[in-house]
Design a binder for this molecule. Sequence first.
Ligand SMILES: NC(=O)c1ccc[n+]([C@@H]2O[C@H](COP(=O)([O-])OP(=O)(O)OC[C@H]3O[C@@H](n4cnc5c(N)ncnc54)[C@H](O)[C@@H]3O)[C@@H](O)[C@H]2O)c1
Length: 285
Amino acid sequence: MMMLEGRTAVVAGGAGSIGGAICTLFAEHGAQVLVADIAGDRVQAVLDEIHAAGGRATGLVADLTTEQAMADLAEQAAALGPTDILVNCLGHYLDSVEPFEQTAEQTWQALYEINLLPVLRACHAFLPGMKAQRYGRIINFSSTEGIRASPSLAVYGAFKGAVDAFTRSLAVEAARDGVIVNSIAADKTRSYQTNFLQVPPEYEHLIPTWTPRGRFADGDDVAKIALFLASDLCDWVVGSTLLADGGTIAAGGWYRTPQRWSTQPLLHQFFEPAEANLSRPRSLQ
Ligand SMILES: NC(=O)c1ccc[n+]([C@@H]2O[C@H](COP(=O)([O-])OP(=O)(O)OC[C@H]3O[C@@H](n4cnc5c(N)ncnc54)[C@H](O)[C@@H]3O)[C@@H](O)[C@H]2O)c1
């Protein structure tokens, strides 16, 4: 079943792990796709994949944190006809993992400019056209870190939480005009910015303990949720944040140990010499 036949979709951050999977899946389902991202080689790779499968897609290589790039995106999209679907998949934690008091205002600004500002700009640019045609689907990307606490990622978490808050309000404003707005809060998805969640082979057996689903996700897992939200099947889910997290928020601190479920999994690094802990990759210390 082709779920997006005749639709035109704009995907900001469309060459990322999740964004790229969304572009190829949307094209597979009949949409014409505009792939926008700063990574030119990966934009080309996504276009090549779509064209090789007989789909329709064009690209825009730009730094989407700038006002000019967003204006270019809107102009290039307009040349394709009315935009039916907007996916704001851009977002990044900018490797700013540190206690809040050590963060710099410059970093807050940079996190704002990549996680929230482009969402506002893109919605501002595309909403009037969608309202005029009385049809639209907008999907914003937040994060589980905007829902639960995100220690050492407090500012990133704050802007992701803001994406959900904005999504709810916009959704309520726009629903009666046929524009359905929702967000997706991802977690534990292999992507460029998470270094594809690689762990050394000797730790791979622990992956099933880290999510209730028992694995990490790939971009495709999240793209399927976006496909539903972008399609006509989604008409009654309005202003929601769909968790694409394999159950991590539901688990809320519960982990499956080899024997049982526990809120106190054995963190053996607390009981071993510091050198043993420090000899591991940082993500496993
Ligand atoms: N992967 C996860 O587990 C996870 C968790 C929570 C939230 N998210 C969110 O999901 C969304 C997709 O991220 P992903 O995980 O696929 O990451 P990703 O790193 O694979 O993709 C992000 C894309 O954004 C592009 N980009 C970065 N800066 C840009 C700029 N200035 N202008 C244009 N493009 C730019 C990158 O080139 C990349 O293609 C993001 O909003 C992210 O915050 C992901």
